[in-house]
Design a protein around this ligand. Sequence first.
Ligand code: HEC
Ligand code: HEC
Ligand code: HEC
Ligand code: HEC
Ligand code: HEC
Length: 397
Amino acid sequence: MKKIFIPFYLLIAALLLTGLLGCEGPAGPPGDTTIANLEGFKEGIKCGDCHNPDTDTVNYVWAKKYQWEKSKHFYGGTFADRNTAPCAGCHTTEGFIQRARANFPAQVAPTVWSVVTKQTNPTPVGCFACHSPHSNGDFRRRTEASVVLWSPMEGISDQTIDFGKGNICLNCHQPRSSYTPRMKTSMGATDTLKITSSRWYPHYGVQGLMFLGSGKGGGFEFPGKTYENSSHSSQTGITQNGCPTCHMVDPTAGLNGGHSNLIGYLTASGTEAFNTNGCLQAGCHTGTMDVEKYIGASSSLTGGMGAYEYVHAYLDTLGTLLADKGILNSSGLVNGNNGTSNASSSNPRTFVGPDGLLKAGALYNYFFIEHDLSGGIHNSKYAIQLLNNSIEEMRKP
Ligand code: HEC
Ligand code: HEC
Ligand code: HEC
Ligand code: HEC
Ligand code: HEC
């Protein structure tokens, strides 16, 4: 349905032109004031607010487009080959909009969103996934509602997280209820975990659970050990603005920050660098910030090494220990019981009793910390404690 209406000031102009109001003087050309209300567009929307690069000093749409083209959302490419139901619900803009229109139904295991279908001509995660500028007339987030994170840990309930503006991110960067079974927390002599997939992990969006930290079902917590969270996990700026607090800060060179979502990036000359505008905002860190070497509150857990460097180095160690025991293979996937090829229903990997299940916990933590992708920065104390305890476990015979 399309409707066209004549706004009040146009009416006045028409009256002026016909001399009915008795005043002299020219009126502007009527074409540029007519407002067309197209279906799906907010009533009275002014196209030129966003579609006029000459004068757009409010939204800087063009700049945001170029930043976005630096993000993996744009160039990652998975919108094409992950376009099936339910993958399209997070890997394409159109699938995400289907979820949004159904008010973001919760996941049930294994991941089922009956509202998400395979898309014809899918597009990557773009402006219209996170915003709905034509129907809203502005760039508010498509949703800012809190998000329920599926719990990959048996005995721990699904967790609600409220990260304000960052909730938009958590609608996709959340664990997936696929690749069951959940990690076991009961450790009886006959308790058994049977894995039939080489990709036994709750997918790649574990960052929300990493921030929630201890006791929330993110990592496997070894019985008898203590776990703490870093200040990132409860810092007010982060709990109000979430992921954008660090990932969408002012760009320093158009190659990072903003809609590129990049903190670590390559400079124009190809060297690695970090945008630390997020770290150095008021109330957070002071001075200069060397992300790789920074030694903070987790110093006693790393023997004085920087958290980021430590997590990268010791995640490798944990991977090697898991490979030495035949659990991980050279592709970084889980081996079946034969110890040489991918776990599957005909070659499952079973972990039995406390000895077995604690090793499964170390495997689980390996993927958890790896897929968080921040080198421990999201919640360094928690990540490092999990890592240390997992290594200790794998060093046992
Ligand atoms: C609040 C900002 C905003 C307003 C107002 C707005 N648009 Fe857009 N529009 C966007 C953004 C963002 C995009 C995607 C980026 C781009 O292509 O520039 C877009 C894209 C488009 C596209 C390209 C779609 C495509 O598939 O490539 C068309 C056509 C368009 N808008 C028409 C309009 C019309 C007509 C109006 C006024 C009735 C309007 N827009 C008002 C923000 C806006
Ligand atoms: C509609 C779903 C969706 C939303 C919403 C979303 N992401 Fe993503 N994000 C993805 C997918 C899918 C990928 C991987 C894309 C690919 O590889 O093709 C990704 C990749 C990324 C990456 C690159 C990771 C890497 O491996 O280098 C970062 C960083 C990121 N997202 C941050 C964010 C932030 C910050 C937000 C919120 C402002 C956000 N994302 C919102 C789906 C989403
Ligand atoms: C709950 C949302 C969600 C669903 C559903 C989902 N993904 Fe993803 N997927 C993501 C996010 C977010 C990332 C990016 C993680 C990152 O790099 O930080 C990702 C990353 C990936 C990657 C790794 C890409 C890379 O560059 O390393 C693969 C492969 C993948 N997904 C495959 C799939 C497949 C296949 C399905 C459907 C069976 C699927 N995904 C369903 C959210 C989802
Ligand atoms: C992955 C999600 C995501 C995508 C994709 C995305 N945005 Fe945004 N956008 C956000 C978030 C989150 C904010 C708020 C950031 C902040 O305040 O730190 C934002 C803020 C903005 C703003 C500032 C206005 C405001 O209300 O804060 C504009 C303008 C904007 N986006 C335009 C765009 C355009 C144009 C595109 C496509 C090229 C785009 N966005 C794609 C998530 C996204
Ligand atoms: C306290 C700041 C901070 C917050 C808040 C934050 N991150 Fe990060 N994140 C980082 C840093 C630092 C890195 C490491 C960047 C690197 O190694 O290049 C990172 C890395 C990542 C990566 C890998 C990106 C890459 O380019 O390799 C993803 C994906 C990611 N974060 C997602 C998220 C999501 C989703 C949220 C919100 C739930 C979030 N982050 C909140 C600081 C933060």
